[in-house]
Design a protein around this ligand. Structure first.
Ligand SMILES: Cc1cc2nc3c(=O)[nH]c(=O)nc-3n(C[C@H](O)[C@H](O)[C@H](O)COP(=O)(O)O)c2cc1C
Length: 220
């Protein structure tokens, strides 16, 4: 395995707390014009592979898409997933505030430009979870999502960014067909990767954290 730090790239001087509080969902500030070298993405993935995973099976795969035509096709699947999401039956859903106008605008921007993002990443985990117990589901999702977040943190530390997206999963099979993902693997999301336009990201408002922590009892 190649050593860390081998790839030529920008490095941000962030403390661990700064890294954890400024790794944001980046859409409009993805630099669509600056190429992302493959070795830099691979280095971030080597870091991500250090994440915990059940029984240390590492039963994950990462499909990295930088071919321009394939990016167009991947982005089309995402757009169809978004259309499904907007057209879904919402009768069983709880009332919620929904996305802010700012987030909705940002989401719309990403949809329009997704195919222009230099690298699109689709990680998978082995198994299908339709009727699994909570134990099985938690064990399996818990065996890929920490690695995905480590990937985001590694990107941020190298002046790159991404945004967690799941909308294409309405069309998971279409993406599987496109990328050659065999049956028996579950996609965790779609993660666009680019250098960020500027690196000055700040903490988000997560003030609810004070109300959502309970010592010795479930927080009311
Ligand atoms: C499980 C999950 C699914 C998400 N799906 C999408 C998505 O499909 N498209 C999108 O643009 N953003 C998606 N997001 C990003 C959220 O909208 C974003 O994290 C949220 O607005 C908060 O932004 P922040 O992390 O920068 O504070 C998703 C985030 C998570 C954790």
């Amino acid at each position: 395995m190649a050593g860390y730090g081998a790839a030529m790239t920008d490095r941000l001087d962030l403390t661990p707390d700064e890294l954890l509080t400024t790794t944001r969902a980046v859409r409009k500030r993805l630099d669509l014009a600056r190429p992302v070298p493959r070795p830099v993405v691979e280095e971030c993935l080597r870091l991500a592979f250090q994440a915990p995973n059940g029984s240390n099976e590492q039963d994950w795969r990462w499909v990295l898409v930088d071919d321009p035509d394939l990016r167009v096709a991947v982005a089309d699947v995402y757009r169809r997933g978004l259309a499904d999401h907007l057209a879904r039956d919402r009768s069983g859903e709880p009332e919620g505030p929904g996305a802010s106008p700012r987030t909705a605008d940002s989401v719309a921007y990403l949809v329009e430009h997704l195919h222009e993002v230099p690298v699109l990443v689709v990680p998978t985990i082995g198994g299908r979870y339709g009727t699994d117990s909570t134990f099985q589901q938690a064990s399996r999702w818990g065996s890929i999502l920490p690695a995905v977040w480590s990937f985001h943190l590694a990107l941020r530390s190298r002046a790159m960014g991404s945004v967690w997206t799941t909308l294409h999963l309405y069309r998971e099979q279409e993406m599987a067909d496109l990328l050659g993902i065999p049956p028996g693997h579950t996609q965790a999301g779609l993660f666009p990767v680019a250098y960020t336009i500027g690196t000055d990201f700040g903490p988000a408002d997560r003030s609810l954290s004070d109300q959502r922590i309970g010592w010795n009892q479930f927080p009311g």
